[in-house]
Design a protein around this ligand. Sequence first.
Ligand SMILES: Nc1ncnc2c1ncn2[C@@H]1O[C@H](COP(=O)(O)OP(=O)(O)OP(=O)(O)O)[C@@H](O)[C@H]1O
Ligand SMILES: [Mg+2]
Length: 258
Amino acid sequence: MTSVIEKRQSLHRELAEEQCRNRKLAEAIERLEPLANLGSATAMIAHEINNLLTPLSNYAKLALASPEDKVLREKALAKTAQNCERAGKIMESILALANGQEQERQEAPLPGLLDELFLCLSRDFKKDGITVQIEIPAGLTVYCVAVQIQQVLMNLILNARDAMVGRGGHLTIKAEQTSDAVQIRVSDTGHGIASGDLKDIFDSFFTTKKDGDSSSRPGRGVGLSFCRKVIEAHNGTISAESRPNEGTTFLITLPRQH
Ligand SMILES: Nc1ncnc2c1ncn2[C@@H]1O[C@H](COP(=O)(O)OP(=O)(O)OP(=O)(O)O)[C@@H](O)[C@H]1O
Ligand SMILES: [Mg+2]
């Protein structure tokens, strides 16, 4: 009898110690969370600023190499002004996203967002044998933090281009309004995603673009995890379908404003 009581007391002691350890671990995790958020915000900011700086550097080099080309010089300056402004906005916006702050959303015209975005990109798609088709009803708007959704689309477009560089293909961007949401599809006819990789592509730091890979620039695996974070903050969804060697389609669904 005594031994049963002793055993029970010892179990109670162990349980109390375990609960104390769990509480301490939970407190430690809570203390580390802002740091982890800061880490992922830093990676996302660096990634998006890089997306905006690459075209600037390319245009500046071209303009410096042809000092007599006034049109090119003005184009380079216009891009510099435009992308610097976007870089400032996106930095603030990502920090707010990482801190879980509510950001003001507005109805933004999707065709206009895409026009602006294509102006920010450096390389002409035609030079890589890629045709671009945009099928969006005029006047279609999305309820969003515009600068964030533009960066999401930029990431999908850059990934699509990476998948088609060296082989050419078609990039199609379609959008339609359903009763309660806007659906945006970004499709390419690139090399596609291996079926085993599809479940991992939205994970932070998952990339198949290695240094020294001639078909595309090296990747960091930040683009799609950024996209998912933004779309989830908009209460939307993002998913991908792909067929190796045939192409990939990303589907974004963004709820309408209630
Ligand atoms: N359109 C696409 N076609 C084929 N594979 C894709 C496509 N989009 C994404 N992927 C795959 O998903 C991976 C993750 O994409 P993600 O944009 O997160 O990172 P990344 O492009 O490799 O690097 P980063 O965007 O950080 O420069 C890619 O490495 C690639 O394997
Ligand atoms: Mg990417």
